[in-house]
Design a protein around this ligand. Structure first.
Ligand code: NAP
Ligand code: NAG
Ligand code: NAG
Ligand code: NAG
Length: 325
C-alpha cells in the first residue's frame, strides 16, 4: 500500500512537472510557411493548418492540377494571406534552390519549412527494381536534403526558423517489405539529429515527424505494392486521419520538440529508440530512463510475434504451392 501511494504521488509530480515545463507554441501569424508535398495527404493537411494559423503558405509538388485543387482548399481557410504553388521536383537540387529564392522575393522570408514530399514502394528487397530504389532515395532522402540546404543559410542569417522532416515509424524500426523505404527514413533521423546540433546555436529548431499508417492517397498507392506479411505486421497499428497527424506535427514543431510521434504506439516506439536524440526537458529524460528497460521486454515479445507472423505466411505459401502441384 505504502509503495503504491509513493508511485502514485511520483506519477502525479511527473505529470504536473510535464505540464508546467511545456514550452509555449510559436506563432505563425504573418509568417511564411513552405510545405513540400503540400498538394496531398499529410502535407496538404499541414498546409491547411498553417493557413488557419494566419501564415502565407507555399506548397511544392510536381502535378499542377493537384496543386491548384489544393490551393483552392487552403485558400478557403485563410483570411487574406497568399497561397502560392510551385511545380518542381524536390530531388532537382538546382531547380529547388532557384524556386526557393524566387518565393522569398515574391512572398516573403520563409519561417518554417515542412518536408512532406515522399513516397513508399514496398516489396521484398530482391523484387525492388533499380527505378524503384532510385526514386525512393531521390524523393525521400535527397528531396528532403535539397530544400533544407536551400533555406539553411537564410535561417541562420535571420537567427530564426523551423525545419520539419517527415520520417515514419520505420525511421526507428525495420519492417518486412520496407527495406529501401525504411533505409531512407532511418537516414532522415541521422540527418535530423545532426542538423539539430548544427542549428541549435542559431535559434532554428528541428523536428522529425514519425507518422504511423495514415489514410492518404499515398497510402492507397503504397497498399498496392504491400506484401501480405507487411500488411499483417502493420495491421495492429490501424489507420490515422491525415488531419490528426498534421495537428500533432504542427503542435510539436511549434513547441520545438525534436520528435513528433502520434498515439500510444508512437510514444512507446520512440521511447524505446530514444538513444542519443536531443531532449527538451529533464522530466522527459526521467520518464524515458524509467520506461526503457521494461519497454525492451515488451519489444522482445513483439519481435518474436512478428517473426511468428512471417513464418506462418511462408508455411501458408508452401502449402498452397503443394496443393497446386
Ligand atoms: N501515409 C502514410 O501512411 C505515411 C506514414 C508514415 C510516413 N509517411 C510520410 O509522410 C509523407 C507524406 O505522405 P502522404 O501519405 O501524405 O503522401 P501523398 O498523399 O502521396 O502525398 C505526397 C506529396 O508529395 C508530392 N511529391 C511526391 N514526389 C515528389 C517529388 N519528386 N517532387 C515534389 N513533390 C513530390 C506529391 O505531389 P506530386 O506527386 O504531384 O509531386 C504529393 O503532394 C511522406 O514522406 C511519407 O513517406 C506517410
Ligand atoms: C504575407 O503576405 C502579405 C500579403 O501579401 C504580405 O504583406 C507579407 O509581407 C507576407 N509576409 C510574409 C512573412 O510572407
Ligand atoms: C528565436 O526565434 C523566435 C521565433 O522562432 C523569435 O521569436 C525569438 O526572438 C528568437 N530569439 C533570438 C534570441 O533570436
Ligand atoms: C489495402 O488493401 C487491402 C487488400 O489487399 C484492402 O482490403 C484494404 O482496404 C486496402 N486499404 C486501403 C486503405 O486502401
Amino acid at each position: 500500500m505504502f509503495y503504491i501511494s509513493i508511485v502514485v504521488v511520483l506519477i502525479f509530480i511527473v505529470v504536473v512537472l510535464k505540464f508546467l515545463t511545456k514550452p509555449s507554441p510559436k506563432s505563425l501569424k504573418s509568417r511564411h510557411v513552405v510545405i513540400t508535398g503540400g498538394s496531398s495527404g499529410i502535407g496538404k493537411a499541414v498546409a491547411v493548418l498553417a493557413a488557419r494559423k494566419g501564415a502565407n503558405v507555399t506548397i511544392i509538388a510536381r502535378n499542377i492540377e493537384k496543386l491548384e485543387a489544393a490551393k483552392k482548399e487552403i485558400e478557403s481557410q485563410t483570411a487574406n494571406q497568399i497561397v502560392t504553388t510551385i511545380s518542381v521536383d524536390v530531388s532537382d537540387k538546382e531547380a529547388i534552390e532557384e524556386k526557393i529564392l524566387e518565393i522569398e522575393k515574391s512572398v516573403g522570408p520563409v519561417f518554417m519549412l515542412v518536408n512532406c514530399a515522399g513516397l513508399a514502394i514496398c516489396g521484398k528487397l530482391e523484387e525492388m527494381t533499380k527505378k524503384d530504389i532510385n526514386q525512393l532515395i531521390n524523393v525521400n532522402l535527397l528531396g528532403t536534403i535539397y530544400p533544407i540546404q536551400a533555406l539553411l543559410p537564410r535561417f541562420k542569417e535571420r537567427q530564426e526558423g523551423i525545419v520539419v522532416l517527415t520520417g515514419s515509424v520505420v525511421s526507428l524500426m525495420g519492417l518486412f517489405g520496407y527495406s529501401i523505404y525504411s533505409s531512407c527514413k532511418f537516414a532522415l533521423r541521422g540527418l535530423a539529429e545532426s542538423l539539430y546540433q548544427e542549428l541549435k546555436l542559431y535559434n532554428v529548431s528541428v523536428t522529425l515527424a514519425l507518422p504511423p499508417d495514415t489514410d492518404t492517397p499515398g497510402f492507397e498507392t503504397e497498399n498496392k505494392s504491400k506484401p501480405k506479411e507487411t500488411k499483417l505486421l502493420s495491421e495492429s497499428g490501424g489507420l490515422l486521419a491525415p488531419e490528426a497527424v498534421a495537428q500533432k506535427l504542427m503542435d510539436d514543431a511549434l513547441r520545438g520538440h525534436f520528435f513528433s510521434h502520434v498515439g500510444l504506439e508512437g510514444f512507446i516506439v520512440t521511447t524505446l529508440c530514444i538513444g542519443m536524440s536531443p531532449f527538451c526537458s529533464l522530466v522527459d529524460v526521467a520518464i524515458e530512463a524509467t520506461l526503457l528497460g521494461p519497454l525492451r521486454l515488451i519489444a522482445a515479445f513483439y519481435v518474436k510475434h512478428f517473426e511468428g507472423i512471417i513464418f506462418k505466411c511462408s508455411m501458408e505459401k508452401k502449402n498452397n504451392q503443394k496443393k497446386e502441384e
